[in-house]
Design a protein around this ligand. Structure first.
Ligand code: NZQ
Ligand code: ZN
Length: 382
């Protein structure tokens, strides 16, 4: 086990914490507030932010869409450059926070922002970011990752850079009260798969990472089982904190990671607009079955520790069935039929993108090659 670990994002958790941004952002910094399609205007989050920024010089940019596009974000970059913005305040879910990371880095770069996604430019500087989270799911509020879409070419790519990890994040679970049920379930599922990507690999005897990952998975199962309590502070707060911990770097430190489900899932979102979390439930059970031998030991461990299954010869298979049934119980599909397109052309189109994006050997053993991805898509697409 070898790693360097730091997560410098300061978390302000709990009711009324939006007001704390007043002191978290230096008063002499010009702030650009970024947000999405307007949900924050319907639940008083916008008003709370405006009140908290009363002593700051600030401006706003709205309209960052789910699966944020470079095309929209470049307009925010132009505004930030023109206005001499010094601090980015992201108010929203993973899309707005990811988008703010792009804006923060691209605003201090003279070239094309897309270079960051293509790995042509590794940012050494970026504007500081503060985040007010309105949808617990991605962990973006305290991690260094961002996923951005180029609408023109239907490409969805990610970048990782510690320079864009938010300085602070406000996690007030009250903001979740207006979340549509579908988004609440998406958050739960995305957090679940984030833990799986860092846990369902092969055993390394990392007791802290495994034990904490199992706790987070059990939390998510319990929250799903107690879904009727979703309109309580306790339920909301537990989902918000669990989703944050699922992807803040801790459980993945020093252990093998997979992320193949995410990489293939991003292609489904880019081509067919499938919600991020739903793309994962489509791909993951088929991927686990495809990689059964390599993942058997961890699947067995998960079966016993998370689902409470008894030891048996087919425990790994039963664990995958339990995962799939968990998704189906939340009305998340595990098979996909593209509208107006037959199975063969859909697979060909997806494989073309997969190849173009260099997904030639992915997963913890680099054992998921084009052949395996095709097999996986063949099981998923109807
Ligand atoms: O745009 P508004 O009007 O705010 O509406 C949003 C959006 O339509 C709405 N919403 C958010 N908070 C709300 C609310 N509606 C009512 N009440 C609230 N409190 O929810 C919709 C979805 O928002 P979005 O931000 O797109 O969802 P999510 O947080 O699931 O983010 C998904 C994006 O994050 C990326 C995904 O690929 C996707 O682009 N990811 C980022 C990761 C990271 N940075 O580490 C990792 C993830 O695996 C993921 O790939
Ligand atoms: Zn995810």
């Amino acid at each position: 086990m070898e790693f360097s670990y730091v997560n410098q994002t300061q978390i302000h958790f709990g009711k009324g914490q939006i007001a704390s941004i007043k002191n978290s952002i230096p008063k002499d910094q010009k702030v650009l507030m970024l947000y999405g399609g307007g949900s924050i205007k319907k639940n008083s989050v916008y008003d709370q932010v405006v009140q908290a920024l009363a002593e700051h010089d600030w401006l706003e940019f709205s309209g960052i869409e789910p699966n944020p596009t470079m095309e929209t974000l470049d307009k925010a970059v132009a505004l930030a450059k023109q206005e001499g913005v010094q601090y980015i305040l992201a108010v929203g879910g993973g899309s707005v926070i990811d988008g703010s990371k792009y804006v923060a880095a691209a605003s201090l770069y003279q070239g094309e922002g897309w270079d960051i996604l293509q790995g042509k430019y590794q940012a050494k500087t970026a504007l500081p970011i503060g985040a007010i989270l309105t949808l617990p799911a991605t962990g973006s509020e305290s991690n260094p990752a961002a996923v951005i879409t180029k609408a023109a070419t239907q490409e969805k790519l990610s970048f990782y850079n510690p320079i864009v990890r938010p300085v602070f994040a406000v996690l007030d679970a009250d903001v979740m009260k207006t979340l549509p049920e579908r988004q609440l379930i998406n958050g739960l599922l995305d957090a679940w798969v984030h833990v799986c990507e860092q846990y369902l690999t092969y055993p390394t005897g990392a007791m802290v990472q495994d034990g904490y990952a199992e706790t987070l998975l059990k939390n998510l199962l319990a929250l799903a089982a107690g879904f009727e309590n979703r309109d309580t502070d306790n339920w909301r707060e537990n989902l918000m904190w669990t989703a944050n911990q699922a992807l803040n770097g801790l459980i993945g430190a020093g252990v093998p990671q997979d992320w193949a489900t995410h990489m293939i899932g991003h292609e489904l979102t880019a081509l067919y607009g499938v919600d991020h979390a739903r793309s994962l439930t489509l791909i993951q059970p088929a991927l686990l079955r495809n990689q059964l031998t390599a993942k058997r030991a961890k699947l067995e461990q998960m079966g016993q520790q998370v689902f409470g299954l008894a030891a048996s010869d087919d425990l790994a298979v039963k664990t995958i069935d339990a995962i799939e049934n968990f998704y189906l119980s939340l009305k998340a599909d595990t098979r996909f039929s593209p509208e107006g397109e037959d199975k063969t052309s859909s697979i060909e189109r997806l494989m073309k993108q997969v190849e173009a994006h260099g997904l030639l050997a992915i997963g913890e053993n680099q054992a998921i090659t084009l052949k395996e991805i095709r097999e996986i898509l063949n099981s998923v697409i109807k």
